[in-house]
Design a protein around this ligand. Structure first.
Ligand code: FAD
Length: 543
């Protein structure tokens, strides 16, 4: 299976002519998970995404596969049990991409929970999630906590805890699930927007879509449709005339990125903000540390979500109060991102009190919409949608049971995490022979897993760093349906967030490679360059 930009034409032809069992709207983690589950069960499946895959929330999260410790505070035991248990499952499915990360939780003199309550809470957290004994939480004394993280404010820390979580890259996880769905026979297309639904005797039977690159409109016929449009779920329900009763409540979350030397935390840390008691993360990643998140109500433009100067001031205050020696200012911020949580509205509840549980809405037309939920729970959400869909529409068909807990994701051909580490070591050796920085091995294997070999096999002679970026670009064009430079720099490599210096140094070469591979004229290259420049400036422009 090659999910290649160069095959868009043939995918469009199939979408026009085939008759599907299921059409999924939305190429975020929710749609991706449903596409994989549906195609693996034997349903003829199509998925369309109006922008690039993962354009919405699924490239803008905190990038953790976590059980949501704070949901214990809200007594959401069912949610914690489900997403907590899912962590180990998703790690097994993609051990290079969902990586164990011990989290430090400092305890403070004058705020937050006491040691006893924290100790019990974390024990319950481990118990609900079935965490292996060797990974279970460890309580720390004051000295141990300060040794673990010397940057913490000394007069305020009274102890701490270490507990197990996993970190990931949300966009990479989603794209590998989409590729795995395509491998199981799903037809998937980005830059293809659902404009309206098709009906037969009041039942939804497909959609009219617009392929956004050519502007061509066509119909996709399908026995059933699932709306997995994240923050846009209500717009599609409106198109269907079924936006009644419950509706979405969007909240915005912002993350800031600084160079690691500016905030050199030794490990991921989850701490409470002095001024309001909310919990936020500081997470090391490659040459950077990122900080977040905020949680505020949002009613603005969903296509362009940005961090404001207020968001930035809040996060910087929180960081500088917790790590008093670091003195981070606006000038230290290298990048940022902002995403929208598609939560279900609950009257009278504030942004951070809203439940993260997913819900399925079934419309009279048969349209199933799913919203709420977490990146971490994507597999179980998909299973619930498919179970409901099959019982309503395909009960007379002999379909397989849900098997996504056994379907290793694309590029994840590793038995366990130790094998990933050995693979990283072998890639390090290959990189050395081309005088490439050793640190790239973690980045490449974390991003592409076993597919790193395909990229390195395609490395041409010349400046190794530039050639590597060009090889990555060719790979993502041929295998991941990259259609433009931001797809590559934001949602396939994360360079806009985590490695702006490298992005700047390879930019011209990558644009030229796009020009050659995609037959762009000079004008197109100029347009792309200005889009990238705007994005580079936009991630540090806080209005
Ligand atoms: P999206 O990713 O937004 O996907 C929906 C897609 O539908 C979009 O790409 C959109 O372009 C497309 N679409 C919309 N309309 C149309 C149309 N008409 N035609 C075609 N396509 C359309 N969860 C975790 O487990 N761990 C975390 O660390 C975490 N951190 C978070 C931090 C923040 C700040 C936020 C906001 C969320 C976080 N979450 C986390 C939650 C998680 O990211 C979301 O629940 C998840 O990404 C939602 O995915 P989705 O597929 O439902 O929506």
């Amino acid at each position: 299976m090659a999910l290649s930009y160069l095959q868009r034409h043939s995918i469009v032809e199939k979408l026009k002519t085939n008759h599907y069992d299921l059409l999924i709207v939305g190429g975020g983690i929710t749609g991706a998970g449903i596409a994989l589950d549906a195609s693996a069960r034997g349903l003829k499946t199509a998925l369309v995404e109006k922008s690039d895959f993962t354009f919405g929330t699924s490239s803008r999260s905190t990038k953790l596969i976590h059980g949501g410790l704070r949901y214990l505070k809200q007594l959401e035991f069912g949610l914690v049990k489900e997403v907590g248990s899912e962590r180990a499952v998703v790690h097994q499915l993609a051990p290079h991409l969902v990586v164990p990360e011990k989290m430090l939780l400092p305890l403070h003199e004058k705020r937050g929970f006491g040691s006893l309550l924290t100790s019990f809470g974390l024990k319950l957290y481990d118990f609900l999630a079935g965490v292996k004994p060797e990974d279970q939480r460890k309580m720390l004394t004051r000295n141990q906590t300060l040794h673990q993280e010397p940057l913490l404010r000394k007069d305020d820390v009274k102890g701490g805890a270490i507990y197990a979580e996993y970190r990931t890259d949300d966009a990479r996880l989603t794209i590998e699930i989409i590729k795995s769905a395509a491998q199981h026979g799903a037809e998937v297309l980005n830059y293809c927007k659902v404009l309206r639904f098709l009906y037969q005797e009041g039942r939804v039977v497909g959609a009219t879509v617009r392929e956004e690159i050519s502007g061509e409109e066509f119909e996709i016929k399908s026995r059933s449709v699932v709306n997995a449009a994240g923050p846009w779920v209500d717009e599609l329900r409106q198109l269907d005339g079924s936006k009644q009763g419950k509706h979405l409540h969007l909240t915005k979350g912002v993350h800031l990125v600084v160079a690691k030397e500016k905030l050199p935390v030794k490990q991921a840390i989850y701490f409470d903000v002095e001024e309001d008691g909310r919990m936020i993360f500081a997470i090391p990643r490659g040459r950077t540390t990122y900080i977040g998140t905020t949680d505020t109500n949002y009613n603005g433009n969903k296509e362009e979500v940005h961090a404001t100067s207020e968001d930035v001031a809040y996060l910087l205050r929180a960081i500088n109060q917790t790590f008093p020696g670091v003195n981070i200012t606006n000038a230290d911020i290298e990048s940022s991102w902002a995403g929208l949580r598609p939560l279900i509205n609950e009257e009278g509840k504030s942004a951070s009190e809203l439940s993260r549980k997913d819900e399925i809405f079934e419309a009279p037309s048969g349209l199933l919409s799913i919203a709420g939920g977490k990146l971490t729970g994507y597999r179980k959400m998909a299973e619930r949608v498919l179970d409901q869909l099959i019982s309503r529409t395909f009960s007379n068909r002999k379909l397989s049971d849900c098997a996504t807990h056994k379907i290793t994701l694309y590029g994840s051909d590793f038995k366990n995490y130790n094998e990933v580490k050995r693979f990283i070591a072998s890639i390090t050796d290959r990189l050395k022979s081309r005088q490439l920085p050793e640190g790239y091995a973690n980045y490449l294997v974390g991003n592409y897993g076993k597919q790193t070999e395909l990229i390195l096999d395609d490395l041409q002679a010349g400046d190794a760093d530039v050639e590597l970026a060009k090889a990555e670009m060719r790979f993502t064009l041929q295998h991941e349906m990259v259609c433009n430079s931001l797809d590559f720099f934001v949602r396939r490599t994360g360079m806009l967030y985590f490695d702006k210096p490298r992005m700047r140094s390879v930019l011209e070469a990558v644009l030229l490679e796009f020009k050659v591979k995609m037959n762009w004229g000079d004008e197109q290259v100029t347009t792309e360059r200005s889009i990238v420049d705007k994005a580079l400036a936009g991630v540090i422009d806080f209005q």
